[in-house]
Design a protein around this ligand. Sequence first.
Ligand code: NAI
Length: 326
Amino acid sequence: MVKVVICGAAGGIGQPLSLLLKQSEHISHLALFDVVNAPGVAADLSHINTRSTVTGHGKESMDEALQNAHTVVIPAGVPRKPGMTRDDLFKINAGIVRDLSEGIARNCPGAFVLVISNPVNSTVPIVCEVLKQHNVFDPRRVFGISTLDVVRSSRFVYELDNSIDPKSTRVTVIGGHSGVTIVPVLSHIPRQNFTKDQLDLLTHRIQYGGDEVVKAKDGAGSATLSMAYAGARFTSAILEATVAGRTGLIESTYINLHADAEGTAAFRAKTHLDYFAQDVEFGREGVSKILPLPELSAYEQTLLDAAVPELKINITKGTTFITEAS
Ligand code: NAI
């Protein structure tokens, strides 16, 4: 059993995510860090009758919260309001993620770092650059959680074709985690035979599903409950593989491609991308293998071609935020 830290634990995602993780049998210590309300959320969760100890840590105790963590999940930062893109969040969230990464480098340099804070396409490079500066970067251990795109894909496909089981039908989603960078690979779902109109509809919904929630919440934030579900699923997979040693676990996730430098060399040479969301197999050390890119339909190849330039901009924005400041 291990220590897991949630940074931003009192927020819209942080609270339900902490609730779901309180039920994990792999966690002995759930440390909740937030600049507001963390002790209250911790006191509440600590009454739930599972084994893990829950502690709350405020603004001044980030180092204490992070000390010796096995896994750190980061949903800290501001969410979108109607009319905002994920990139609009960069100004505030980039600094928050940088400061948390500094804390991770100081207190738990070997931790698995799971990033939820948007824009994920840029915040993951920020984490990696900070860890590189402290000489503690291991590309197998840093993940952008794009699982909500996968969860949405299965659900939206089910709405068109209820002969599939939405829970067990896995859709690979490649690229990144915002708008056109989200590339669902729907051609590999068993039994599907979508028309072009259905494909257009599905793809648009998966790429912009977050906007449906932002609009419906009308200024009160973005996806929190579905994200907590997706975040808990991803975190549980990491714990199953790294703590319990379970093999064969695969999730799509946004990572640094050097996690499997050999396997991705050709792709990097062609696209000049260092970060990409792709199906990944987990092992004891995090990424054990990046699965080969699935064969894409012509439709999906066009989506990927549109995603690459946007991704490049997002990645450079995150990387230079750290490298040009030092
Ligand atoms: P929220 O505003 O409800 O919660 C964020 C929490 O972070 C707040 O409790 C706040 O006090 C805390 N916080 C702010 N600065 C902090 C710092 N320096 N250290 C620790 N905690 C800090 O926002 P919500 O809805 O929970 O969203 C959080 C982030 O997750 C946003 O960036 C949002 O865009 C992103 N998100 C990502 C998704 C994904 O698929 N990866 C899906 C939905 C949201």
